[in-house]
Design a protein around this ligand. Structure first.
Ligand SMILES: C[S@@+](CC[C@H](N)C(=O)[O-])C[C@H]1O[C@@H](n2cnc3c(N)ncnc32)[C@H](O)[C@@H]1O
Length: 284
């Protein structure tokens, strides 16, 4: 699809990105139109930019808007390296000639592919997330060579080169913790914040800079919702429920403030464990 300036309009991220808002593009466009018609918005700040899909959509719809894309994961580096990624695919395709789609690869074929990837790894950047989408079981992602080597390989290799021409055009690319970026713009009523944080406790391994988002991190994000915002969440987070409950109980105070805490650790398997807690308020 192209817009009236003949620029390509992407309806999904040109490279795989976990959590991209492709399913929301249509509704996001409608929300943005409502915002821009109702308020004098001159700048959009995409606090959790991810694949840049929301920033891209906003810029293509309103080229006059100043759109700040917070590229916390250095997604633009993946975009810049597309020619290199295409080169790797071009060398892998002949190795897989005659191998049916989606089948598991023999150790021999896996070895040949790893040899090609190793060569690129030793020479510079490799987009492991894009390679994962083509070589690993559906939704499995790795971010480096050591992890890739351990995985089983499947033939899911794309047949056409990746293209992202113009995708980031016109965006101001920055990289900050979202709260710092928010602080820079929070006093300007002409700014609209796009707020799409990582989902609570979900597997976010493919986000390069993130370990785990806990409820406290998530609650902190609520502090940015005092300004103009378009916010994304999931019913799994139950955040909207929690906020409604807090509003219904305005006198609520932390019942654990002076409580004594005792813990036990429970092992789920060799690599995972969690803590159970007991708290009691003896009146200290
Ligand atoms: C759900 S994704 C955003 C997806 C994006 N809207 C899209 O359509 O591609 C959340 C993003 O927030 C980033 N992130 C995590 N912690 C952050 C922080 N402290 N500041 C800014 N971004 C952060 C993650 O790395 C991830 O890219």
């Amino acid at each position: 699809m192209t817009d009236k300036n003949h620029s390509e309009v992407y309806l999904l991220s040109p490279l795989p990105f976990q959590g991209q808002k492709r399913a929301f593009v249509k509704q996001f466009r409608e929300a943005l139109t409502e915002y821009v018609s109702a308020k004098p918005i001159h700048t959009v700040v995409d606090l959790f930019g991810g694949s840049g899909l929301l920033s891209h959509t906003a810029k293509r719809m309103y080229p006059g808007l100043n759109v700040i894309y917070n590229d916390y994961d250095d997604f633009h580096v993946r975009i810049e390296n597309i020619p290199r990624t295409n080169e790797i695919f071009a060398r892998i395709r002949p190795i897989l000639k005659g191998t049916p789609d989606k089948t598991r690869l023999s150790d021999k074929l896996k070895g040949e592919i790893l040899k090609v990837i190793r060569e690129y790894d030793e020479a510079g950047f490799v987009d492991y997330i894009t390679l994962s989408a083509s070589l690993l079981f559906s939704s499995h992602y790795v971010t480096n060579w050591t992890e890739l080597e351990k995985e089983s390989f499947y033939n899911r290799v794309r047949q056409t080169p990746v293209c992202a021409d113009g995708y980031l055009d016109g965006l101001v690319i920055v990289k900050h913790d979202y709260f710092k970026l928010f602080s820079l713009y929070k006093h300007d009523p002409g700014v609209l914040f796009l707020v799409d944080p990582p989902y609570l406790s979900t597997d976010i391994k493919s986000y390069r800079s993130v370990e785990y988002w806990r409820i406290r991190d998530y609650m902190n994000v609520l502090l940015v919702l005092k300004s103009n915002y378009i916010f994304f969440t999931s019913e799994k987070s139950q955040l909207v429920d929690l906020c409604e409950w807090l509003a219904d109980n305005p006198d609520f105070k932390n019942p654990f403030r002076n409580a004594v805490l005792k813990t036990t650790r429970n092992r789920v398997n060799y690599s995972a464990s969690y803590q159970d807690m007991m708290l009691y308020n003896i009146g200290k």
